[in-house]
Design a protein around this ligand. Sequence first.
Ligand code: ADP
Ligand code: ASP
Ligand code: MG
Length: 439
Amino acid sequence: MKIMKFGGTSVGKPERMHQVKDLITRDDQRKIVVLSALSGTTNALVSIGEALADAKKDLAKERIDSLHQHYLTFYKELLTTDAARSKAENIIKEHFEFLNIILKISFNEAINRDILAQGELLSTKLFYTLLQELGIEAVFLPALDFMSIDENSEPELKKIAEKLKLILANYPGERIFVTQGYICKNHRNEVDNLKRGGSDYSASLIGAAINADVVEIWTDIDGMHNNDPRVVEKTRPIAQLSFDEAAELAYFGAKILHPASIWPAQQYNIPVKLLNTMEPDAAGTTITGKEQGTGVKALAAKDGITAIKIKSSRMLLAYGFLRKVFEVFEKYKTSIDMITTSEVAVSVTIDDLSHLAEIVKELEAYGLVEVDKNQTIISVVGNMIAESEGTLAKIMNSLNAYPIRMVSYGGSRHNVSLLLDAQFKNNALKSLNEGLFEW
Ligand code: ADP
Ligand code: ASP
Ligand code: MG
């Protein structure tokens, strides 16, 4: 079996949904089709939740109505028969009635997650209606029946696999299954999600759960590019990446992949392909366990980083110091991205600021604490970077004009990370683009 995941832009217009239909019926292989919400929908749902959290019901209502209008136009272009259109009307009615009921009850976080789930529910149901209209046999697979996370918001891969296999066993002759990305149930059996961009993660988890032949991520660009195409003009797709390289790029900001989406595929050695819905025959990027080529392959940048420096004359010479520092972060379930040390200080970076005040307070017991917000990690990713001659010099020369706050080099063979103030990010990415790649 294979997994075919289509992102928001790939299902965002009626004609694109038709293209997705063509792509999933091009071959006879059994497949699970994972869909995101139509582009713009999850952002709209987030903004509805924000209005409700601020007790601005009128604003929430305005946003619900405007989204509703979008769907009322969408289904008429998507479907042609009366039967299918009437099904779509009922689907849209059901989900917008739900949103309107929420306006009347008291808002909380669990309800917010319910709101966020509406996008993927709508897109999959409308797509399934299209398949029915065209007489394409398929099975609708509700993700909430099998996708789950534990109390630490970690996916329960074993449980997911058990449930999914049981469900699939009911349909031995069926070839196409349609399910939602992003949404899941949590340990309280409430509707939850895998965080923004989480449909990639769903696809990879489903791939791992059923030991798929391949996980295909269909999006709006022809694969992983060697730099962020939203920032840098000249970029090109990379044909091949190892799981480790792709994981580094995803984790350090390449938006094309959810930060955690590589490990499930990597664990079961399932190739991941990044493909372009708008250009289906382009080669895209293939991600496998194989390490190919040496040197720098790509750059990525992760925003919203905060650096914390703990300065203490009692530091490194005293064994156990770092453990104490790390325990503070562990206590507040805050993960550290980068670490650098000197004799008298240690700097770390985090991206989750929910417990910053408590963390700083506890760290003050060990030394002087300084916090720098609005930082960006730029990651240079490739194979054997640490060993490849001249690379570090090229990186540093390219960044001559910018103050670098931290450097992490040699931690793995795949990554050199640099921390800069966010204001330098775009220019730094451009300079590195010129300094590291031949054009
Ligand atoms: P989808 O909705 O299909 O999940 P996303 O918007 O999440 O699509 O991801 C695709 C986008 O990621 C591209 O349109 C591109 O702008 C952005 N992107 C950022 N960095 C990269 C990169 N290194 N390579 C390719 N795309 C990237
Ligand atoms: N719809 C969700 C989002 O916009 C999940 C996804 O698209 O991957 O974040
Ligand atoms: Mg995405």
